[in-house]
Write a protein that binds this ligand. Structure first.
Ligand SMILES: Cc1cc2nc3c(=O)[nH]c(=O)nc-3n(C[C@H](O)[C@H](O)[C@H](O)COP(=O)(O)OP(=O)(O)OC[C@H]3O[C@@H](n4cnc5c(N)ncnc54)[C@H](O)[C@@H]3O)c2cc1C
Length: 499
């Protein structure tokens, strides 16, 4: 349970109804929906909660305009209704935000096609939030925007979140219903054993290995899904990277969708937790999935080119970037060799050898994805699944004994000692990088990996986690090394070639 790490022996003593492999948003959703229905459910995450793709998204809780463009009205409607539900239930963690889509002469889509799409988008969500902005109104909101052929913009709303905190919040909610989640526990193998599964697990904090028993297993391992599924590979890993930029150098008030000058791909530039975020890229990721994904020098160049063509006076360069982040999207491959950006993004559930695999999809629809996975395990029937899909019952209840920042994270002072203390006491921080990169995002939001803040927090962290000076130095060095390798700002390949 969060805040009370258990030994593998204790976990092996239980007869679990369900073991969920993977502690991203999909696994957290399955844990929550199963625990809510009274099942004995355990989630095991090989690294830290949300360490995978679920800490590396574009942070958008959205219906997905691309689904409408692809003609998938049903999926768009489901996503939009889930978006509205999350905005209602998690104020301060999922918040409505204004999105601007600048329009340029001769560039598709123009004003009227966009207006028609947004009318349908709002209609499906049951809101009316879109409008046209004239060129002058747009430039008032975004003064530095390239004015060439600019005619105006369409303004509409979607939502923003902190993806890691959404995962942790779902796990905290599940814990209140009796769900158990343990980080740094890697599932090595899951084998059918009569009418149960034998699941071999290594606790990476102690090195201890044990075999657990469960009636059902769901693999919610995202981009790692092909390892457990036992069927032909289905996941096409696609990497997407973002930059976290000094907000004084690139100030934005709204989420802008701008087109990349090289390939016409839409890229977001948006305000997030006090910095400006730019992304994403979208390319195949053939690298070893055991190594943490990192942005390449080419991706940083690509995103800088976007900014400097859209904001010609800013002249952004590498020293303005606080950090980068790269995630691997578990896209269910069409097998048609499509351009990465053209692959569909919805989820799939499939089963082989009794293990149910669920992969693909989005943050926004995690509740519906979880219900689909539970239906496939046979632990809920189709009537319960249907009722769950349509349910208007709240999925989240406020955490009354926590500092306000836990529920209203988007407005939190992330370095606030009371908030940090609650995290240290309740959220299973095992390593310093868990605290700096995921429970808080201080390592992404501050220059130089937030070293100054780290020093200010040293005593509190050491005392709370019982770390002596030697352990502190090890953890500090480990965090700074991880930051430099996977969250740093890689040099341009052009500079490297001439060095
Ligand atoms: C660049 C980018 C931008 C995106 N933007 C958005 C967006 O704005 N909005 C949106 O809704 N969606 C977005 N997505 C998609 C969304 O982030 C993913 O669909 C979602 O996070 C996937 O969650 P998951 O839980 O399935 O996978 P993950 O979060 O990757 O979780 C899988 C977990 O399984 C664990 N695991 C693997 N093997 C084992 C094992 N053997 N034992 C135990 N644990 C294991 C991994 O460590 C990992 O933490 C984006 C994705 C990317 C890459």
């Amino acid at each position: 349970m969060l805040g009370k790490r258990q030994s593998l022996d204790a976990l092996a003593d239980e007869n679990w109804d369900l073991v969920v492999i993977g502690g991203g948003i999909t696994g957290a959703g399955v844990l929550l929906e199963a625990a809510r229905r009274g099942l004995r459910v355990l989630l095991l995450e090989q690294t830290d909660f949300a360490w995978g793709t679920s800490s590396r998204s574009s942070k958008m809780v959205h219906g997905g305009l691309r689904y409408i463009a692809q003609g998938d009205i049903r999926l768009t409607r489901h996503s939009l209704l889930e978006r509205e539900r999350l905005i209602d239930e998690l104020p301060g963690l999922v918040e409505r935000a204004t999105y601007l889509f600048p329009l340029r002469k001769g560039v598709f889509p123009g004003r009227w096609p966009m207006k028609a799409i947004l009318w349908l988008y709002d209609f499906l969500a049951g809101i009316r939030d879109h409008r046209y902005l004239s060129r002058e109104q747009l430039l008032e909101r975004v003064p530095g925007l390239n004015r060439q052929s600019l005619t105006g913009a369409m303004s509409y709303t979607d939502a923003l979140t902190d993806d890691c905190r959404l995962v942790v919040r779902a796990i905290l909610e599940a814990a209140r219903h009796g769900g158990v989640a343990q980080n740094y526990c890697r599932v090595e193998q899951a084998m059918a054993d009569g009418d149960k599964f034998a699941i071999t697990v290594t606790d990476r904090t102690s090195g201890q290995t044990a075999t657990l028993s469960s009636r059902r297993v769901v693999s919610a391992t995202g981009a790692w899904a092909d390892r457990f599924s036992g069927s032909d590979p289905r996941v096409r890993p696609l990497r997407g990277s973002h930059l976290f930029v000094d907000p004084e150098r690139l100030p934005v008030k709204d989420c802008l969708t701008v087109m990349h000058p090289d390939d016409g791909r839409p890229v977001f530039v948006f305000p997030w937790e006090g910095v400006t975020c730019v992304g994403t890229t979208d390319l195949d990721h053939p690298q070893d999935m055991d190594i943490e994904a990192a942005a390449s020098g080419q991706e940083v160049d690509y995103l800088l080119r976007l900014i400097n063509s859209q904001f010609p006076d800013v002249k952004l360069d590498r020293k303005d970037i606080y950090a980068t982040i790269a995630g691997v999207r578990p896209v269910i491959a069409s097998g048609k060799g499509l351009d990465p950006s053209k692959e569909r993004r919805d989820h799939a559930v499939w089963g082989e050898n009794g293990i149910v695999t669920v992969s693909g999809g989005k943050l926004t629809t995690f509740r519906l994805i979880a219900l689909d996975a539970l239906l496939a395990t046979g632990l809920i029937d189709s009537a319960t699944h249907r009722r769950g899909q349509k349910s208007r019952e709240p999925g989240f209840t406020p955490i009354s004994d926590a500092p306000a920042a836990v529920d209203a994270f988007l407005h939190a002072d992330q370095g606030d000692p009371d908030f940090i203390q609650w995290i240290l006491d309740h959220e299973d921080v095992v390593h310093l990088d868990d605290l700096m990169l995921r429970r808080t995002r201080l390592g992404l939001l501050l220059p130089q990996a937030g070293k100054a803040k780290l020093d200010a927090l040293q005593q509190q962290i050491q005392q709370s986690l019982g770390w002596d000076d030697e352990r502190w130095q090890e953890e500090r060095a480990r965090y700074l090394d991880i930051h430099q390798r996977y969250y740093g700002v890689p040099a341009s390949p052009l500079q490297q070639a001439t060095a």
